[in-house]
Design a protein around this ligand. Structure first.
Ligand code: SF4
Length: 756
């Protein structure tokens, strides 16, 4: 369990002193404000010390405190020490409590007893479960077909390390560890351009923030960390916020300017802005000449085609606005342009991302204070003894060269398994729900039901998700509030740090951490695999950060248990422009506006606009459907939370007020959305805040598994609240992935999210 630092104990002491006075005069909340990490029970007046840990409900990986009372987690709040979120959390973070004590959590190993997906299970012991699984795995080993083990998960740094180590030891190259948001196209574009996976927008120090389809006030990979800093830049630097988006999001609504853009045309607008900046001589020529692989002349020539006049025709944004935004972006320095996930989840996603990145480069905002920065983070090391890389080939990739991702994308793996390009003997998923989250979800469900294609399927999960419901065996996993894990998210203070999650309570029921589950499996397969998981979980984690000598000297994970995070105090915080000393992590060492890799693979080497034929709106009755995430639910992990589902449980279709008038629609009227995959009925929400060519719908609704709350149904349980689902009559909305066709961006390997 957690150790407490001197600082925490001092806080405790201080709070105790205040407590005697505070309790009497009812100023508990003032004491809590003065002493973060301290909480006073409102009824019993008991003093609670917070245990610092990390929320992994979304990729933002915020620091949180968990407060317990008599061994039960009773409250979650932001951990002020974490350098990224600095004490702030979101509703999903605080609802972790609900998810931990979910009355329908899977808490014991389950074996299906009916047909796949029939919902008939029997509880079995861990011993029986491990024996069943290892019997299948040994069979693959014996037949010398280790590559037929496929292991798929949404990975954090630690999970990725553990799963890859196990798969290497087993001899399978098919460890598929996704980033949590399916950002494959963005990652590919970024790697091709400057050798990083993600940018860290140093918005706190920016004077001008330009968003393309990005909605940080509601949903972003860095969510709270970014939203908090934009808000502070707005009030403290008087930073201007300009949003280009098809929809009036919470962020658009709080911007100085919002431009509703024709869908799929962001890249053209970004290039037109670049064109104005180059031709008006307000670009950073020094950066282009010294740090990119093109000349200013070559770039100007390339951009000539992308005039503001053409951009107006294509995107609907007026010439005057494009020219003014270009001038402001180049002169209100430092400035930063940020893309949203939706921009890149199209067939033109890789190019759209490259065009927006170009804007940051030609204005010299790369890795500068207030600009578009290189992520600073630590890697974990795989502890010795190290298993060899697998010899067997993976057949999941179309070809080894078609993507610069180091792993297959979500879309590729489903395609490879379905087409039997990659034969499967055993499929293991860990806290991953492709049956719900993949496009054409009914087809994905069919795939997981097919025992010819997937003869044995093990789901490691805490919930009966749509995917777990189709498993042969379910192993109960400990949630992030019950397990240990190391994190090193990109640092917003520009000094890399390590953070930690630790059990606030012991794992409920028979649930176990992923490390301990794999350790059990390895032990039974063969001694050659067992030796890689001989260490205890704590020793494994300790060894994986032993290369960070200052952290090791401070006590490694034991330091982290007390403090929640660590960073090197000797590092210089104002260290920007890393590329001036090290170059960029690209083949040329330059910021690659021209990509030789793209040219070699037959694509345009320069950042270009690729029109989306499907968005051309030739049919007057067709609209582009934009699915969007809300600030209330994650992609799907929070589905069965009472607290969150009470706030958001259904998803009417947003439609433009003018269009609604044309069709004679009123709020709550029923409409049918159709695609080549089928039809689905829902209610409409009429708004001025959406482009007339677009209809939009929130995700994380329409669950058909995951528990009663996710399906908006009351039920009797130990928690009286589960029998009062007042929104039962309203239903749980629709699952839009059912009618979104699956297709793959051939460059990025990511999904293409459009719908005709
Ligand atoms: S943004 Fe919210 S859900 Fe995401 S890590 Fe932070 S607190 Fe958790």
């Amino acid at each position: 369990m957690a150790r407490f630092s001197r600082r925490t104990i001092i806080k405790g002491g201080l709070a105790s002193a205040f407590f005697a006075i505070g309790a009497k005069i009812g100023i508990g909340s003032i004491i809590e404000k003065l002493t973060p990490g301290i909480n006073i029970a409102r009824t019993s007046r008991r003093l609670r010390n917070g245990i610092p840990t990390t929320c992994s409900n979304c990729p933002a990986e915020c620091g949180i405190y968990g407060f317990t009372d008599y061994g039960r987690l009773v409250k979650i709040e932001g951990f002020d020490g974490n350098p990224n979120n600095m004490g702030k959390t979101c509703s999903k973070g605080e609802a972790g409590l609900d998810m931990l004590y979910d009355e329908e959590r899977v808490l014991t190993p389950l074996k299906r007893v009916g047909a796949r997906g029939e919902g008939k299970w029997e509880s079995i012991s861990w011993k029986e479960a491990i024996e069943e699984i290892t019997y299948r795995l040994k069979e693959l080993k014996m037949k010398e077909m280790p590559e037929q083990l496929v292991f798929e998960c949404e990975a954090s740094l630690t999970t990725e390390l553990i799963v890859k180590r196990f798969m290497n030891a087993f001899g399978s190259p098919n460890a598929i560890t996704h980033s949590k948001y399916g950002n494959e196209n963005k990652i590919v574009a970024q790697r091709l351009t400057w050798g990083e996976d993600f940018e860290v927008p140093d918005v706190e120090n920016s004077k001008y923030i330009l968003l393309f389809g990005s909605n940080p006030y509601e949903s972003h990979t860095f969510f709270i960390n970014l939203a908090k800093r934009i808000a502070s830049a707005r009030t403290e630097n008087y930073a201007k916020l300009v949003t280009i988006d098809v929809r009036m999001t919470q962020t658009s609504g709080k911007s100085d300017e919002w431009y509703p853009i024709r869908p799929g045309t962001d890249a053209f607008v970004a290039l037109a802005i670049c064109n104005v900046i180059m031709r008006e001589g307000i670009a950073d020529i020094e950066f282009i000449e010294n740090h990119t692989n093109v000349t200013p002349k070559m770039l100007s020539e390339h951009l000539k085609y992308y005039t503001p006049e053409m951009a107006e025709q294509i995107s609907g944004i007026y010439v005057a606005d494009i020219v003014r935004v270009a001038r402001e972006f180049a002169t209100f320095k430092p400035s930063v342009a940020i893309s949203g996930g939706g921009i890149t989840k199209h067939k033109n996603g890789v190019y759209s991302e490259r065009c927006i990145t170009l804007l940051n480069a030609i204005t010299g905002n790369i890795d500068t204070k207030g600009g578009y920065c290189i992520p600073r983070r630590f890697a974990l090391q795989d502890p010795v003894p190290l298993p060899n890389e697998p010899i067997a080939d993976s057949n999941i990739y179309y070809s080894k060269n078609d993507s610069v991702l180091e792993h297959a994308s979500r879309a590729e793996i489903i395609d490879a398994v379905k087409s039997r390009r990659q034969k499967v003997g055993v499929y293991i998923s860990y806290e991953y729900n492709p049956v719900y989250s993949s496009p054409d979800s009914e087809d994905t469900a069919k795939l997981f039901k097919d025992e010819d294609i997937i003869p044995f399927f093990v789901a490691i999960d805490s919930y009966m998700t749509e995917t777990a419901a189709l498993a042969d065996i379910i192993l109960p996993s400990a949630t992030y509030l019950e397990r240990r894990e190391l994190f090193s998210p990109p640092s917003f203070s520009m000094v890399p740090f390590v953070s930690f999650s630790q059990p606030i309570i012991e794992p409920l029921g028979k649930s176990k951490s992923i490390y301990n589950i794999i350790k059990e499996i390895s032990k039974k397969i063969d001694p050659n695999i067992k030796k890689y998981f001989k260490m205890s979980e704590d020793n494994f984690l300790q060894a994986s950060i032993s290369h960070i000598s200052e952290l090791s000297d401070a006590g490694g994970i034991y330091y982290l248990m007390g403090h929640g995070y660590w960073f090197d105090t000797k590092m210089n915080q104002s260290l920007y422009k890393l590329f001036e000393r090290k170059g960029f992590n690209t083949p040329s060492g330059k910021f690659e506006i021209y990509s030789e890799r793209l040219r070699e693979e037959g694509h345009d080497p320069m950042p270009v606009y690729v029109p989306m034929e499907e968005f051309s709106m030739k049919n007057r009755n067709a609209f582009v459907l934009v699915p969007f995430k809300t600030n209330v639910h994650t992609a799907d992990r929070t589905a069965n939370s009472l607290l969150l589902s009470e706030i958001l449980h259904n998803n009417p279709l947003w439609i433009n007020a003018g269009i609604a008038r044309e069709y004679g629609l009123q709020d709550d009227d029923k409409v049918e959305i159709s695609s080549k995959l089928g039809r689905i009925e829902t209610k409409v929400r009429i708004t001025q805040g959406i482009h007339p060519n677009v209809v939009a719908i929130a995700t994380n609704c329409g669950h058909w598994q995951f528990g009663h709350i996710a399906q908006a149904k009351s039920f009797e349980s130990n928690n009286a609240k589960t029998s009062h689902v007042w929104w039962e009559d309203e239903g749980n909305g629709i699952h839009i992935n059912k009618i979104i066709p699956a297709s793959i961006d051939v460059i990025g390997g990511g999904r293409d999210g459009w719908i005709p």
